[in-house]
Design a protein. Structure first.
Length: 199
């Protein structure tokens, strides 16, 4: 990437960060509490007064559920294919499956199998999550609940509830996530079961 292109991409990061935060209905204070980045730093990033660094962008990409590429370079327009760009954070690989800004976002996650008993580090943030396990066994710690979801099982919860995901055993886990800001939930429609004789 040429120097002028790089500068243009970095200049566009601030407005993009503000747009993502506002789309998710978050305040600077809420983002600061979730990421550990100071409110003043976040404000300067959004206004262009602070040059973005990888250390600052990684936690923001995680809370906004976007890839780093999406933070520094808008996805191409006119092509209906989803540009699958995996991102690995804390050993977990995240593949965005949708590119439409705002609304419910779809992701595929791959978590490697655990090598020792992991100590959950519960987190909270604004939003609502619906997950579906494709393969493996997913350990979900949700407040006081410690659950194991197997392939074909689903769960949904308000992400303001303290939560943590991890592999339940030595096998890797793959699961889908539909994530929306507060008030947006995944709605599954199905035909009602035909009444059996004697019901």
């Amino acid at each position: 990437m040429a120097t002028t292109d790089l500068e243009a991409a970095l200049t566009a990061v601030g407005p993009r960060l503000r747009q993502l935060r506002e789309q998710r209905g978050l305040t600077l204070t809420e983002v600061a509490l979730s990421t550990g980045v100071a409110v003043s730093t976040l404000s300067r990033l959004e206004s262009g007064g602070r040059r973005p660094t990888l250390e600052l962008l990684l936690p923001l990409a995680e809370i906004y559920r976007v890839t780093l590429d999406e933070l520094v370079d808008a996805p191409p327009t006119g092509d209906p294919r989803v540009n699958l760009r995996p991102v690995t954070v804390h050993g977990m690989t995240m593949v965005p499956l949708s590119s439409r800004p705002g609304g419910i976002q779809a992701y595929k996650f791959v978590i490697p199998g655990r090598t020792s008993r992991q100590q959950p580090s519960l987190k909270t943030h604004e939003g609502y999550d619906w997950i579906y396990v494709l393969t493996g066994n997913l350990r979900l710690v949700l407040a006081d609940h410690d659950l194991v979801l197997r392939a074909g099982e689903a769960a949904e919860f308000d992400t303001r509830t303290p939560h943590w995901f991890g592999a339940a055993d030595e096998q890797p886990v793959e699961y889908l996530s539909l994530f929306g800001k507060q008030g947006e939930k995944a709605h599954v429609r199905a035909r009602p079961r035909a009444a059996a004789v004697g019901d």
